[in-house]
Write a protein that binds this ligand. Structure first.
Ligand SMILES: O=C([S-])c1cc(C(=O)S)c[n+]([C@@H]2O[C@H](COP(=O)(O)O)[C@@H](O)[C@H]2O)c1
Ligand code: NI
Length: 430
């Protein structure tokens, strides 16, 4: 079981998260290939392997190729001067309220992209959270909050890029330590803002976040984007995992001069058991339930597909009787903890439910391995399972079904033929 541990001793910003995740050892080229599924152009990404306080780490940079160049997805350069200007900040980007891309435009870019369902759903949820916080601070509607060109590209790359990295690392859960912000005032587009900045204060409302302030740092350490990502991604706040093996550590440097080490540290831990034993024995999963008494079979079918695309382990429906004698369905989803927030968001967004329950569970699994068998009828994948001396196997149903269709045979007949040929091959090997 893989656990990612975040150490925001100098706060968190989008670029620090991406920098630290890449520093952890993700392949920059492969990560960029995934990011290209966004289908936006006009920006250049680079990583600077550098040393701060004699510690090796990564500074992640996003640069617009040409401010005046039209970016083909609608992320166009600003032609007019806004009522507010750019301001210096942790990740050097700016947003304001009159020009640029609003939430609807950014949502459409993400929705029409070739990104995975997990990345799409999660990125939209994070953008919504930021827009909601900004809207509350400025007394505007969510869609009136605009990110201008630099801010939009920067924020999209930071948010989507972080989610892609998390997906690539295949982590099971994310744990985070205390989150340190600075103190004092910072200069932003509208003038001076107190630290923690107003949008960060809104993001903290009602959330049980271990936020602390560093009196020695007189600037912003926690940006709205950084905190919105943490809120979305983190399963648990607390100390570093114990009794786990540390696989690697990454440092992502921030842009602000803080007078101290301005970095986010991310560490990757794995369970002590060897991968083989771990697979054979057990892992931790969440089981999530919701009761639906006003959804059609068609809608439940569609949500099941969405959930499977998100990467959950399984989804199933149980017929139940609810209050007022209503026949209904209980939808059960089995998932890795890292998908918890994405699954809840998806259920609230795409079904009529207003409440979701979950519980942590352990599951035992047989160790599995796969092999392709060449038969006279075609290729068949065989799944072998073992557990403490127990052995069994099964054929990939889709392969058997395809062969049955192609050769006009029953499923039983195909299985018989395949079995016979496997036995013959084994006999020949002896
Ligand atoms: O420009 C505006 S409206 C603005 C508002 C706020 C509020 O907290 S409200 C904060 N900021 C600062 O902008 C940068 C960029 O933040 P990202 O989350 O987009 O990285 C950061 O310094 C914020 O504090 C700007
Ligand atoms: Ni603002």
């Amino acid at each position: 079981m893989k656990t990612l541990y975040l150490d925001p001793f100098s706060g968190v910003a989008g670029d620090m998260l991406v920098g630290a995740l890449l520093d952890l050892g993700l392949d920059f080229e492969q990560w960029q290939v995934q990011l290209q599924r966004l289908n936006i152009t006009g920006y250049h990404l680079s990583i600077e392997k550098t040393k701060v306080s004699a510690i090796n780490g990564t500074k992640f940079h996003v640069q617009l190729v040409d401010h005046k160049q039209k970016i083909d997805t609608g992320l166009t350069a600003l032609e007019q001067t806004s009522t507010v200007d750019a301001h210096a900040n942790q990740s050097v980007k700016h947003h304001h309220h009159h020009h640029g891309r609003n939430l609807e435009m950014i949502t459409s870019i993400i929705e029409t992209s070739g990104l995975s369902t997990y990345v799409k759903e999660s990125a939209i949820a994070v953008f919504q959270e930021i827009a909601q916080a900004e809207a509350q601070v400025h007394g505007l509607a969510m869609n009136e909050i605009h990110f201008h060109e630099v801010g939009a590209v920067d924020s999209i790359v930071d948010i989507v890029g972080t989610l892609i990295a998390i997906e690539m690392l295949e982590v099971d859960q994310i744990v985070c330590g205390e989150i340190y912000d600075g103190t004092g005032l910072i200069q932003v587009a509208h003038g001076m803002m107190p630290v923690p900045v107003p949008a960060v204060m809104i993001l903290r409302q009602g959330a049980d976040l271990p936020m602390r302030q560093r009196a020695d740092v007189k600037t912003e350490l926690v940006t709205p984007t950084g905190l919105a990502l943490l809120k979305f991604l983190v399963n648990e706040f607390g100390p570093q995992p114990q009794d786990m093996i540390l696989l690697g550590v990454g440092y992502g440097f921030g842009s602000r001069e803080t007078g101290a080490l301005n970095a986010l540290r991310i560490s990757l831990f794995d369970s002590k058991m060897s991968k083989k034993i771990q697979q054979r024995q057990s892992d931790a999963v969440l089981e999530l339930h919701t009761n639906l008494d006003d959804e059609t079979g068609e809608a439940i079918g569609a949500i099941t597909n969405h959930l499977m695309n998100l990467g959950v382990y399984d989804v199933f429906c149980t017929p139940i009787f609810m209050k007022k004698n209503r026949p209904a369905y209980e939808l059960t989803v089995i998932l890795p903890a890292r998908l918890q927030n994405s699954v809840i968001e998806l259920l609230f967004r795409k079904t009529s439910t207003v409440g979701v329950r979950w519980q942590n569970m352990q599951r035992a699994m047989m160790e599995r391995s796969f092999e392709q068998i060449e038969t006279t009828l075609g290729l068949v994948q065989v799944k072998n399972f073992t557990y403490h001396g127990i052995e069994k196997f099964s054929f990939e149903f889709d392969d058997i079904n395809q062969i049955a269709e192609k050769h006009h045979l029953t499923l039983t007949k195909v299985k018989q033929i395949v079995m016979q040929q496997i036995k013959q091959d084994k006999y020949r090997e002896l």
